[in-house]
Ligand binder design. Sequence first.
Ligand code: NAD
Ligand code: TYD
Length: 339
Amino acid sequence: MKILVTGGAGFIGANFIYYMLDKYPEYDIVCLDKLTYAGNLSTLEKAMQNAKFKFVKGDIADVEFVNNLFAQEKFDIVVNFAAESHVDRSIEDPRTFLITNILGTQTLMDACRKYGNIRYHQVSTDEVYGDLPLDRLDLFFTETTPIHTSSPYSSSKAGADLLVLAYYRTYGLPVTISRCSNNYGPYHFPEKLIPLMISRALANKSLPVYGNGLNVRDWLYVEDHCRAIDLIIHRGKIGEVYNVGGHNERTNIDIVKIILKELNKPESLITYVADRKGHDMRYAIDPTKIYNELGWLPTTTFQEGIKKTIDWYLKNEKWWQDILSGEYQNYYKKMYEQK
Ligand code: NAD
Ligand code: TYD
């Protein structure tokens, strides 16, 4: 079995690569990543020592490059994590999001069609459903909740999802989609809420909480997401969407306070700042379908997961300090261009 993992130098893709190399030592894993600001090759340093793993630098929206890669490698499954993923950046520069997230998805699926109707999995997000009101805690996103997006990021992911389903219906491409809630864990880029707050609290810097801090996210430990994707690509039903989430809803301010408490830092570091434009209020996933069909349940509680995550950031300070200083962008040069 040979699997193409795109975006594997980013947060969830890298965790997925380690999960798969460990669980299926007989599989070949190829990672295709453009190494944007969010891609960090040093994250894959240990994977590079595994003979069953190969890294390729390239753009999922580059038709010629992608076709050449598919012609050479003969993939059995493609799992597409590659994306522009940060909502705040999408508000500043939507175009890059449309190119990578929509045209990149199209390019990969066209290659899947051309090189043998290859099984394709799209890693999507609960953000395609828009948001839920704070005063209706009885409401959850199911797979049939209408797509209703708020940000250029979520709109680009929704566009991609619709295209994936269209490729199933129109061309019979064997596809699946997972829509997961917010992930946290090792290798999370320090521009996102949890790693940003950990790294800033450790440096005794102010912690910027948007608006009143009462927006709710449904947090899932990244390994539980990886396990869900593993189940879907092996046993999921073709043409189906699976929601992934662990009923772990928390307000942003609670998350920040938990981190401060774990790090023994004062709440006086919290600074309320201007709200994000179009800021979604609440995300909450109903994961009944993936539980009923594939037996998936999260295994890491938030209490355990946040401790593990903070511990990882404490033990791997060089990893995120290199990101903050920009040093990580030299890693590719050192590993490839100067050899
Ligand atoms: P990330 O930003 O950490 O990583 C994205 C990776 O994609 C980077 O390595 C980057 O270099 C690469 N990439 C970007 N553009 C590319 C291109 N044109 N060609 C090839 N590679 C490219 O993102 P993440 O948080 O790991 O998210 C991975 C996927 O999971 C995304 O599709 C995202 O929408 C989805 N998702 C994320 C979350 C979350 O909480 N982080 C939740 C649900 C779904
Ligand atoms: P983020 O990690 O960007 O994920 P998403 O927007 O995709 O859910 O943000 C999580 C929540 O934290 C979101 O409600 C915005 C908020 N937030 C802050 O309050 N301050 C920050 O500095 C960041 C990055 C996010």
